[in-house]
Design a protein around this ligand. Sequence first.
Ligand code: GLN
Length: 287
Amino acid sequence: MPKHEVWTSVKIVAWTKEYLSAKGIENARLEAEWMLSAATGLNRVGLYLNYDKPLSDSELAVYRDMVSRRARREPLQHILGTQEFCGLEFEVSPDVLIPRHDTELLVTQTLLRSPPQASILDMGTGSGCIAITLAKRLPAAFVSASDISSDALSVARRNAIRNEVNVEFIQGALLSCVPDRKFSLIVSNPPYIPTADIDQLEPEVRDYDPWTALDGGADGLGIYRQLIPAAVDHLLPGGWLLVEIGIGQAHDVAECFTSIGRYQEPFVSLDEQGIERVVGAQIKERL
Ligand code: GLN
């Protein structure tokens, strides 16, 4: 960004669009506008109302730093510090997976099956986005959220406060941290990327999302193989287990539910792109 120019919003957004596009970033104009909003404290309409006003030196310094971080493919969400999910705002950091739009389907499918006073566990909560959204939409439910990472849980706790909901947070792996407890629904968006594929991911994901939030073992299915049988002992009568899955995993995950013989026929639901994204099943009544 040449130093001796007079930088107005219009000029700087145009310059950044070219610069970041050349670095392989797709929505460079929009991202430039978001960073400029954050640097100036103006919303996007405000930016264009002040389109010919030169930026101050301090605004420029903050903005320059953001653009150079983004040019190194640091995710925009880490630079801005937040991500929207199901209409709520979540703090994000390198300690948690950035909430994905695709994961909203898991929330929708859970809401369809949840009685108002359900007890719900979100296993591997990360930022807390699933648990907190469920707690917001089901005010009479009791929502718990677990994660193996205490750093992730700190972020999730702050997100519960930010969104004014009560969620019980528990540290631990899988279901060992909730011994003797049973839930109406257990939901999870576990790590499901096959280890060898992680290298192929976009730099924003590969280099900045926590490895433990991505790595699903050799074939990506490691957590499902443990969680699906383990959940049997943690579901109330009529309870459901719902999981998000990666591309091409529906058949194997559904098979995992079926092979145990303790669940009803699993359902598979598709995301907006027609990709199988959520698999779930209801526990069979014991005879
Ligand atoms: N539950 C969190 C989310 O969906 C974190 C998932 C994860 O870390 N794999 O965003």
